[in-house]
Design a protein around this ligand. Structure first.
Ligand SMILES: Nc1ncnc2c1ncn2[C@@H]1O[C@H](COP(=O)(O)OP(=O)(O)OP(=O)(O)O)[C@@H](O)[C@H]1O
Ligand SMILES: [Mg+2]
Length: 444
């Protein structure tokens, strides 16, 4: 045969007989005779495995990059947080001294108050940054996660509009994981809150599913970033508006939010908690197609004799609580939490008003919950003043930073417990329950 060849080499995808998409490497040669096409010689090789491995590698690299980025942000946030706290301490401290030396009708009294308020807001923001970057204070134990899911849903239901349906698909019994119940509760609350907020205007379905998966050499390609072993897979999905690619890229970053009132810390905290439990989280979302978060947490080896934490209950109760914090956004959240726990709540946004209300309604309240740093009076000063009117009122103080108080001081002011911000519902519920029950026994 005399003539020319035209050679082509390319990669493409075909459907095989079973309808599966396969990758193919094609070598094609057209045979020409005096420029006239005679036919083609085509050699196609299936290269699906190689292509899948390449894609998996790319995905792992992307994920690694994302994790490193978040770690860097965490370190940065922690570092800046501490420095910033140091800068704010003298500003706040000297402002306090100046204010104490001024008469209340001096116009500068109010201005200094504003400076202090600004500092306190900054301090609060920092405490959130630090809570994202530290994974201290974890209390891990063998845990059955189902009671935690049920508790979280019980708490959420009253605040979720009726147009949102909640469905559950929990495989029981659930194998144990090594985890901190309060943190896992926070993960579920944050993800469900995001889901219902996304569906708030139009309604929809929030689904929580739990299953067990076993990753071995046969299916490990599907779970590229997970080691072989057994995991529980928690899936929280909604059929809300979903996210575009750009939003999805940033959601785990601290302070990234698309909401007017959001802090953007919800998912950053979730990511931190999942990571500190040696787990993984991934998200599937597209505009108009809803959002699904998958969380994988390693199961504790079977056969190990372990004590099981299977009774995760959030203690509800009854009683009247006076809640004091100068910022409404803080009292709004805490009030919601307390109502969901069954308490009746009175809110005041200044320590002066708190004093007045206690004075007018002696014996009305069973508990006082107060912030520590407030512009006109600290939580401790408020506690001491209230003591002169009603010494039996127990108090919980909430502090944005580790607050050191010796036990004599605590006893004198009637502060039974100090809770650190951000306050988590299980901690709050437990503290109140312990205090109110101790009070009842004493009175009997
Ligand atoms: N289920 C979801 N559907 C649609 N968008 C979501 C969903 N979950 C998270 N997002 C997007 O991710 C962003 C970050 O979420 P994250 O929970 O970290 O902060 P936030 O919800 O904005 O603020 P905060 O948690 O303090 O209320 C949200 O602002 C939103 O744009
Ligand atoms: Mg959120």
């Amino acid at each position: 045969m005399h003539g020319d060849h035209e050679h082509y080499h390319y990669e493409t995808q075909f459907f095989n007989k079973k309808g599966e998409l396969i990758d193919v490497d094609v070598n094609s040669t057209s045979i020409l005779d005096n420029g006239k096409y005679q036919g083609s010689l085509l050699v196609a090789r299936v290269i699906t495995e190689r292509k899948q491995a390449q894609r998996a590698k790319k995905r792992i690299e992307k994920q690694k990059h994302q994790t490193q980025r978040l770690e860097t942000l965490g370190t940065l946030a922690g570092g800046i947080g501490h420095d910033f706290n140091n800068i704010l301490t003298p500003i706040l401290g000297y402002s306090e001294i100046i204010q104490q030396n001024l008469n209340q009708d001096n116009p500068n009294y109010k201005f200094i108050g504003e400076i202090m308020k600004g500092c306190l807001r900054a301090k609060d923001l920092i405490s959130q940054m630090l809570s994202f970057s530290r994974d201290e204070e974890q209390d891990k134990r063998p845990l059955n996660i189902i009671p935690i899911i049920k508790e979280a849903l019980k708490l959420l239901r009253p605040s979720i509009p009726r147009t949102i349906k909640i469905t559950r698909d929990l495989q029981e019994p659930c194998p144990l994981i090594n985890a901190d119940p309060t943190r896992i509760h926070q993960v579920i609350m944050n993800l469900c809150t995001n889901a219902y907020q996304a569906m708030e205007t139009k309604g929809g379905i929030l689904n929580i599913a739990l299953e067990t998966i076993h990753i071995d050499s046969k299916n490990s390609r599907k779970y590229i970033d997970l080691e072989e072993g057994k995991y529980i897979k928690l899936v929280i999905s909604d059929n809300g508006p979903g996210m575009d690619k750009e939003t999805k890229k940033h959601i785990f970053e601290p302070f990234y939010t698309t909401k007017e009132e959001g802090t953007g810390m919800g998912l950053a905290v979730v990511h931190g908690i999942v990571k500190s439990h040696n787990g993984r989280i991934n998200v599937y979302s597209e505009k108009g197609k809803g959002t699904t978060f998958n969380i994988y947490l390693p199961i504790i080896e079977s056969g190990k004799s372990v004590e099981i934490e299977s009774n995760f209950t959030i203690q509800r109760g009854a009683g009247t609580i006076l809640l004091v914090d100068d910022r409404e956004e803080v009292t709004d959240t805490l009030q919601q939490m307390l109502i969901s726990l069954g308490y009746e709540v009175y809110v005041v946004n200044s320590s002066q008003n708190a004093l007045e209300i206690v004075n007018q309604h002696k014996d009305k309240f069973d508990l006082l919950i107060t912030d520590y740093i407030m512009p006109d009076m600290t939580g401790v000063e408020l506690a001491n003043k209230i003591n002169t009117m009603q010494s039996s009122l127990p108090k919980i103080m909430i502090s944005g930073h580790r607050y050191q108080m010796n036990s004599a001081q605590l006893k004198d002011s009637g502060i039974k417990k100090i809770l650190n911000k951000p306050v988590l519902i299980p901690d709050l519920a437990k503290a109140i329950h312990v205090i109110l029950n101790a009070k009842d026994t004493k009175q009997e």
